[in-house]
Design a protein around this ligand. Structure first.
Ligand code: ATR
Length: 274
């Protein structure tokens, strides 16, 4: 049996084991996926252990996405520029790190927009998730990507670090609120709105265009206050389930060579969320 895993801390609520084990069963692969809670101090030993048992691949989640990098043998260039790894593939004993968070998100958008490159996009937030999304969007050729964040210097640094060419304005939250009507796609990447703090939104949607597409990477709750307000204004909305499922699907594809059925994965995840 091949072994796959996810490491993080905490990890008990991860939906990845159920999602991947269902796929292994569905595609009749002799493999198992297990969640391991790993303390930061034990990360080096955990990777040594994985090498010793010849693990086939693993996902990496909070808080290890950055710290894992020096412990691997090779890092994919996009993951290197993002500065975080969420998927590791064991290729004949060499551990190779990838980032499928940003590409999972962008895959979802590409399925919705034929002309994604020419859309005017606003990203709210400048943390790790924003970074993965911004870099990957720039990498696939999206030309106009603005960022708004509570801390402006963080947004400036994020844009400065990006090796792919893209047009970006950095906006104060208030400025972004005023100009909101100009955006085709708005992507919420902060933790604001996540359970248990469900009563806030990062900015007002007063000026939102009803033709806009609003995406929130949060999936607990399934509909954040921001998404509810956007929906009530007539905009199309998307929660974080698609990004989660797609990052898993792209990891599964790297491990097995099979692009799995993402609607099956979505059903499984929604069922687990209750
Ligand atoms: P992640 O890796 O999940 O993206 P992170 O790196 O901690 O998490 O980033 C969190 C993001 O949420 C940041 O954009 C942060 O804004 P700052 O850069 O100003 O800290 C944003 N954020 C979190 N709590 C916030 C709050 N109460 N108000 C405004 N922004 C908040």
């Amino acid at each position: 049996k091949s072994l796959y895993a996810v490491i993080g801390n905490p990890i008990a609520h991860s939906m990845s084991p159920v999602m991947h084990n269902d796929l292994f069963q569905h595609y009749e692969l002799d493999a198992h996926y297990h969640a391991f809670a790993i303390e930061t101090n034990d990360l080096t030993d955990a990777v040594k252990g994985f090498r010793a048992i010849g693990i086939s691949g693993f996902n990496v989640t909070v808080p290890h996405k950055v710290a894992i990098m020096p412990l691997l043998d090779e890092i994919d260039p996009l993951a290197r520029s993002i500065g975080a790894v969420n998927t590791v593939v064991n290729e004949n004993g060499r551990l190779i790190g990838y980032n499928t968070d940003g590409s999972g998100f962008v895959l979802g958008l590409k399925n919705k927009f034929d002309d994604l490159e020419s859309k005017k996009v606003l990203i709210i937030g400048a943390g790790g998730a924003a970074r993965a999304i911004y870099f990957t969007m720039a990498h696939v050729g999206v030309k106009h990507l603005d960022i708004t964040n509570r801390t402006i210097t963080k947004a400036e640094n994020l844009a400065k670090d990006c090796p792919y060419s893209v047009n970006t304005s950095i906006l104060q939250l208030e400025e972004a609120e005023n100009r909101l009507g100009a955006y085709d796609i708005i992507i919420q990447t902060t933790s604001i709105g996540m359970a248990p703090q469900t009563e806030c939104e990062p900015l007002s949607l007063h000026n939102l265009s009803k033709n806009a597409f609003v995406s929130d990477i949060i999936y607990n709750p399934l509909e954040t206050r921001l998404l509810k307000m956007a929906r009530e204004k007539g905009a199309n909305t998307q929660n974080g389930i698609e990004m989660f499922v797609n990052q898993g699907a792209l990891a599964f594809e790297k491990w097995t060579g099979l692009m799995p059925d993402t609607s099956r994965m979505t059903t499984k995840v929604l069922k687990q969320l209750g």
